[in-house]
Design a protein around this ligand. Structure first.
Ligand SMILES: Cc1cc2nc3c(=O)[nH]c(=O)nc-3n(C[C@H](O)[C@H](O)[C@H](O)COP(=O)(O)O)c2cc1C
Length: 548
């Protein structure tokens, strides 16, 4: 067995052992002490702190401008615009309270609101900021200087910014045990989407630097500095995203690797959980084998961004301010089980999963390997049942073989030609989907749900790092649905808790080439009037703040 095939086997074995089954859930803690939840806020004690302005409200981009090439004028890359970028992607969106409980919600969603994803900025040549590495302190909307490299902005240094992501796996493992690695990866995918939308609102590109190995990411984010993390929870390197504004030159790989050489380092990571009660070593194994060592092949000829052809009327919220929509995104806690949605709104939402060269999918660049299977419950004019959405030719082949005997493959009569959506099964699947989603009522009362099916075995056997990538791709698609739901005046919720094998079994699917790795539900939300909302950063200077 080669090293790669041994790593692939470990990743696939991890997936298998972390499945939820009707007879038993994946291994997790037997008791939870909510008062001992790991802190959701990492800080680097001793690192200089620089507060960022809350400037997202000043960004005038409208949602529909995302899809019109050239419609958004690029903002200058400076301290204020980086503040707006982080505010609209990873910041606290509001504090919520109910009785004695108080918790923060953020622009990016997270499984269990546990937020394992940490965010870094690598900055060079940006007005108002010293060159170097910064950690984003979400609780204060501030940057902590981890490594300073040279002087503040000078005209002679080319401007360049990378965003780096890492996962503190213990935050998820504390609640979810062995399955937590999957949730961390789904959260990274959501984070990529959150970042891409916010960058687009500022007129910037944001490209996942798939060619940078996990070891390089660790080095660039200072995550391999063992002394700075001694005695505290480690951070697993995930990826770098290169921001681009018009006219920025591209950096070469060797130069990036030496970017921080000789830098002055600051800070020691804080401890998030003083008394961890459990250990889940398979998470470390899954992380180790799925680190990226070789760059995946990027397809040629993506071509420039093209305007998206709409045969459908625009969504009700399409002309709203983009940064408002990004900050008002929330997960639905409950749906009106009698309400329906129009078929135009469903067609618009699924069309948004079919735009590889457009925001936010253009951040990803790799060919689709995750294929949506829709469970339509109550959509006006559409027969309830299961529908396949074909994102590319391999997806079509895989779905066709999966439903070779059980699928009817009928195109809904009103569905635009540009949307390859096919009905496979005509029946009420409301109760079935609720069962699949571990009995969660949201999956029955939604207007439609989605199972994201991944080419799991094939992709992971080709490259074990695909185990992360597939989950990240699914998370990115989930983030699209969250935002598209807001634009439609609906609401979505990611569903990480599902019985893995049941979904396809219930539909009589005949082959296991595709595996569900994530679910998502959309519907007409019921708001919980007991939950109070407070501003995100009450201690910041009196700047206008959103009241979601
Ligand atoms: C990967 C992932 C899995 C999730 N799984 C579930 C789930 O199974 N059930 C549920 O009710 N919510 C689920 N959620 C929603 C989170 O609970 C929600 O994002 C979190 O509480 C933060 O709230 P917000 O999305 O309003 O910011 C999931 C979210 C993500 C990103």
């Amino acid at each position: 067995m080669t090293n790669d095939s041994a790593r692939s086997a470990v990743a696939l074995a991890y997936h298998e052992r972390t499945k939820h089954h009707l007879k038993a859930f994946a291994a997790g803690p037997e008791t939870l002490d909510w008062d001992a939840q790991p802190s959701p806020f990492r800080r680097f004690e001793g690192a200089p702190v620089e507060r960022l302005p809350l400037s997202a409200d000043q960004v005038e981009t409208r949602w529909n401008e995302f899809f019109v090439p050239g419609a958004i004028t690029a903002a200058p890359l400076d301290r204020a615009s980086l503040g707006a970028l982080l505010e609209a992607s990873f910041a606290i969106a509001a504090w919520k309270s109910s009785g004695p409980d108080r918790w923060a919600v953020r622009c990016n969603p997270s499984s269990g609101n546990l937020h394992p994803t940490e965010v870094y900025l690598l900055v060079r040549g940006v007005a108002g900021l010293a060159n170097g590495l910064y950690h984003y302190a979400v609780d204060e909307h501030a940057l902590e200087l981890r490594a300073a490299q040279g002087a503040v902005h000078s005209e002679s240094v080319a401007t360049q910014v990378f965003v780096g992501l890492s996962s503190i796996q213990w935050r998820e493992a504390w609640k979810y045990g062995e399955r937590a690695f999957r949730y961390c990866q789904l959260d990274v995918g959501h984070a990529l989407g959150a970042l891409r939308y916010a960058a687009a609102a500022l007129g910037w590109s944001a490209r996942v630097a798939h060619e940078r190995s996990t070891a390089l990411v660790a080095e660039m984010l200072g995550l391999n500095r063992a002394a700075d993390f001694s005695g505290v929870e480690a951070e697993e390197p995930e990826c770098l995203i290169e921001l681009g504004a018009a006219g920025l030159p591209r950096e070469s790989e060797p130069e990036l690797a030496t970017w921080l050489s000789g830098a002055a380092w600051y800070g020691h990571a804080n401890r998030l959980d003083a008394y961890p009660m459990y250990r889940w070593p398979v998470i470390g194994e899954a992380a180790r084998v799925s680190r990226s060592e070789v760059a995946p092949t990027l397809p040629n000829g993506r071509g420039p961004r093209a305007a998206v052809a709409y045969e459908l009327p625009p969504a009700p919220g399409a002309s709203k301010a983009a940064t408002r929509l990004l900050r008002q995104r929330r997960s639905a806690q409950g749906f009106d089980r009698k309400a329906s949605q129009s078929q135009e709104s469903l067609f618009r939402m699924v069309q948004a999963l079919l735009r590889p060269s457009s925001v936010p999918e253009d951040t990803w660049q790799l060919p689709p390997r995750v294929h949506p299977l829709l469970f339509v419950h109550r959509v006006d004019g559409l027969e309830p049942g299961a529908y396949a959405l074909l994102r590319n030719a391999p997806g079509r082949t895989a779905l066709q073989s999966l439903f070779a005997t059980s699928g009817s493959w009928t195109k809904p009569t009103q569905c635009p030609d540009t949307i390859p959506l096919f009905q496979l099964v005509a029946r009420d699947l409301t109760t079935a989907l609720r069962t699949v989603c571990c009995g969660q009522e949201l999956a029955r009362s939604c207007t439609f749900g989605v199972a994201f099916l991944a080419e799991l075995e094939l992709a992971v056997q080709e490259d074990p790092a695909s185990y992360r990538r597939l989950h990240q791709e699914a998370g990115l698609l989930g983030q699209i649905l969250y935002l598209e739901a807001e634009v439609e005046g609906l609401r979505g919720t990611g569903i990480g808790c599902f019985f893995d094998d049941l979904c396809l079994e219930l539909l009589g699917a005949s082959d296991r080439r595709l595996r569900p790795i994530y679910h998502f539900v959309v519907g007409v939300p019921i708001l919980d009037s007991r939950i109070q909302t407070e501003p995100a950063y009450p201690s910041h200077a009196a700047l206008p703040q959103l009241e979601p």
